[in-house]
Design a protein around this ligand. Sequence first.
Ligand code: F6R
Length: 612
Amino acid sequence: MCGIVGFVGAQEAAPVLLDGLTRLEYRGYDSAGVAVVSPQYEIQVEKTKGYVKELSALIHGGADLHGTIGIGHTRWATHGAPSDVNSHPHLSEGGKFAVIHNGIIENYVEIKEFLINQGVTFRSETDSEVVAQLLEFYYNECHDFFEAVGRVLRRIEGAYALGMLCADCPDRIIAARKDAPLLLGYGEGENFIASDVTAIIKHTREVAYMEDGEVAVLTREGIEVFDALQQPVAKERHHIDWEVSAAEKGGYPHFMLKEIFEQPEALRRAISPRLKEGKIVFDDMKLTPEQIRAFTRVFIVACGSSYHVGMLGKYTLEHLTRRSVEVCLASEFRYADPIVDKNTLVIVISQSGETLDTMAALREAKARGAYILSIVNVVGSSIARESDDVLYTWAGPEIAVATTKAYSTQLAVLDMIGLVFGEALGTVDSAEYDEVVAELERLPEKMETVLKNHEDIQKYAAQHFNHNSIFFIGRNLDFALGLEGSLKLKEISYIHSEAYASGELKHGTISLIEEGTLVVALGTYGKLFDKALSNIIEVKARGADVLALTTEKHRAELEKTVSNVLTIPDTATMLLPSLGVVPLQLFAYYVALQRGCDIDKPRNLAKSVTVE
Ligand code: F6R
């Protein structure tokens, strides 16, 4: 999704902006641009459709633009096609204002008409340009940058993170936020805005997150923040303690591969601090056992891979708590008139904490009185802030668009929630509780052994990357796991893929299985191993080429039927998908690699989906 960076300091701004935009590339974008105020107090704008490297070539790595204050943007097209003119920054007609914007100005048509009637000429098809033009319109009335911004914000509706420059006030950037992430970075004699901390961490680790309705004025000397009533706000600063290298590739050819291999470490961070003397203890959760017992309904709401975690969570939570759990796609939940009241718990899952549909579902549930417990990776993100309770996954920054380590840590946290709830409700068998806790402790190590087998998967992928369509089949936990395996594969390799509950195959889909169709058969769930085996025999009889996944315990048995068998170590049943997902991630990765795909930035996709 779109990225924002802004800088005011003593050094040349353009190279700082280009570097920040490069670090934001992982969010997905189709064009990029910068605006820098020149020593002659003119705003220079350079922008282009395409990648930051093209923008950088256009301005010779920034050498063409002199000035120590500027803003930069990577755009992911919503209103108006990807093009040079639709790229940000947008310059007002008189050249006095430059604006970068993430989000959507919902009433832009009406404002555009108003301004056109006032004689303003628009250049682009975007909703964002109205902000630049409206700023200039109000500024011509009041001759005060801050006041003009206030008037604009009162007039526009929708979601925005805005960075604004004024040629008459060449010492400052004004930033504003509503429903789109924006943070402030505090440096020594220099200050920053960014949509994401990775853009500026090279320069500062001291940040503050802007809240909805706030406006910030950044100069070289400092940052002042004001609320919607223009009253000064004292911001709480946060220290970012992860290393810059965490947002770099560290010798791996792709972020995705690096993040796959980071999973054991990420799991340790998510699990270890919450294991105390054989018990799961959430120091960071406010919910009490009494509150847990009082809930009459439980929903899990999320999108994409986070939703797949919820699918697995349904099986484990229902098993451990003997309460029914509904899993909903956030984009459906928000419009479904859900049966939610003050006795409802809604568990919201999101890596980014900024997914718009998930955020809207959270707000809908909250408005109906539900208690919101969220599982989030990005600290201080919107979903984290608006939840009653948040459990962080502590997976570190996830850069590749396709999620891996966030998925694994979300799953571990949800499993731990199941145990804590089961204990509060008295529904979890104590032997199972002890087994799962012991296995959670061993999970990172067992995952390391799965990762050691990556070359087997690479070899298999090298022989099977040319399929047009691949099926994932499994039952129960293995079905939910297949949904994730299938999504990973299709999003990065562009191969059509479907995940099917094995028992459903014969109700229609099996007609698609023919000689040579690749079927990834998941048979890790011991209780249903025999059923998995009979489904494998069923598809093989129709000519399918089968790649099977099971546990060490069942390897020998499966090898009698299937020649390509991948295995994972045995563990507690509910933790099997945590290990099973790793070979599927690697399979997707190596298939995409063989096909020469842009693995970290698959086409049409963005890391954080902040539009509906
Ligand atoms: C797939 C993927 C997406 C996200 C989805 C939700 O690899 O990453 O399906 O899981 O867009 O994003 P978050 O978890 O940030 O709300």
